[in-house]
Design a protein around this ligand. Structure first.
Ligand SMILES: Cc1cc2nc3c(=O)[nH]c(=O)nc-3n(C[C@H](O)[C@H](O)[C@H](O)COP(=O)(O)O)c2cc1C
Length: 181
């Protein structure tokens, strides 16, 4: 089973979530590549794609949105799992319901969307970003829940293996090939 984990990230914390997801999935026996969405040429050869982005100003980052546009057709033919990394602030969480992930879910036929709590480190932000974060009451801190990330990774591998038909099962016998069973 081959899985691609593609996560956009502006300040690095979502990229670290992608790395942790991949480690847990490898532990479960999957072959996993972690590639930033803007560097993915093709999703051919992958049984499943895990696509994530932090939410900035109520939207996914451009790289994640562009990935969906570029690979939409291919994604519809594989298992797709989405995640957003967001802070724990309640108001923002509610506001995030309209930021467009439901359209990504529809376009990719995704098997689900997880909200994973992220990280906000004011020291890494520019002055403008810091002002917005303060204005919106985004809490500073590292809220990533590594146990939740690990168990979601395990769940993904288990769900993909339900679809993962062994190679022999793809062999079409002569009778099936010409319509006789
Ligand atoms: C300027 C700015 C705007 C943000 N906008 C949102 C938002 O609209 N909704 C949200 O849930 N989180 C928002 N956040 C929080 C980030 O999504 C969160 O910190 C995320 O974990 C950062 O991921 P990254 O380190 O991969 O870039 C914002 C953070 C900043 C600095």
């Amino acid at each position: 089973m081959r899985i691609l984990v593609a996560a956009a990230s502006k300040h690095g914390s979502t990229a670290e979530i992608a790395t942790a997801l991949a480690a847990a999935m490898r532990h479960r026996g999957a072959q996993v590549d972690v590639v930033p969405p803007e560097q993915v040429g093709s999703v051919d050869g992958y049984n499943a794609v895990v696509l994530g982005s932090p939410v900035y100003r109520f939207r996914w980052l451009r790289a994640a949105r562009a990935f969906v546009r570029a690979h939409e057709d291919a994604l519809r033919h594989r298992d797709v799992f989405l995640f957003s990394s967001v802070p724990v602030t309640k108001g923002l969480r509610a506001a995030n319901s309209s930021y467009g992930v439901s359209s990504v879910e529809n376009r990719t036929g995704a098997r689900g969307h997880r909200m994973l709590t992220g990280k906000l480190d004011p020291a890494r932000l520019g002055a403008g970003e810091r002002a917005i974060a303060r204005m919106w009451g985004v809490k500073a801190g590292d809220f990533r829940d590594w146990d939740a990330i690990g168990s979601w990774a395990t769940e993904i591998v288990d769900r993909v293996s339900e679809h993962d038909v062994p190679e022999e099962d793809h062999i079409v016998t002569a009778g099936q090939a010409d319509g006789r069973r």
